[in-house]
Design a protein around this ligand. Structure first.
Ligand code: ZN
Length: 198
């Protein structure tokens, strides 16, 4: 049944296709949007389009950015010799929020999962290995403590070991199966400080 007319229904349908938005939230958002002043709606839709058009992967760490090099990679104050490997951009953001990590990142965009058919070639691992030809002292593996995260950590450490570069894994202050992005900053810091050599 189309209670609202096709345009509102279309908006609700588009919104409810987004992750984490159920049909009730989609309805609430749709009504909120149509009640917003025109210039606010314009700004919202432009920011969606601009982000889609301009956001790409940083050519060094593969986080999402609208520049060739992200603000972290291009910051001369960051220690390029220390690379923290994370599964996704949200995990990077979680560590950045602590404000205490001075190194740089490498975003894998996933984790190895034989169950889901995701192999080493499906994540940004080759790109990480290429970075290691540069001046790198430590690779901190901060993948999630899920089965996939642990599998990925083991795989990476085996790959890097022969290069002589120090490989560490964040401590298990991070709960098993826990997604990094939902963990509080104190726990993240403790995990970073308590990292162990692999
Ligand atoms: Zn970067």
């Amino acid at each position: 049944m189309d209670y609202y007319g096709s345009q509102i229904s279309r908006l609700i349908e588009q919104l409810s296709a987004l992750p984490g938005i159920g049909s009730k939230t989609a309805q609430r958002l749709a009504f909120h949007i149509v009640n917003m002043p025109m210039e606010k709606v314009q700004a919202l839709s432009e920011s969606v389009l601009d982000a889609k058009k301009n956001v790409r992967y940083c050519k060094q760490c593969f986080t999402m950015t609208d520049r060739e090099l992200c603000p972290i990679c291009s910051n001369p104050k960051r220690n390029g010799k220390q690379i923290m490997v994370v599964e996704n951009t949200r995990d990077l953001a979680a560590y950045e929020k602590t404000g205490r990590f001075e190194g740089v990142y490498h975003v894998l965009h996933g984790a190895i999962s034989p169950m889901l058919g995701i192999g080493p070639g499906d994540i940004r691992l080759k790109e990480l290995m290429t970075r290691l030809h540069g001046d790198v002292e430590e690779v901190i593996i901060a993948t999630n403590s899920s089965l996939e995260g642990e599998t990925t950590a083991m795989y990476i450490s085996k790959l890097i070991k022969p290069t002589g570069i120090l490989v560490t894994r964040i401590a298990s202050g991070v709960p098993v199966g826990g997604d990094l992005e939902y963990i509080d900053e104190v726990t993240l810091l403790r995990a970073l400080e308590g990292r162990v050599e692999l």
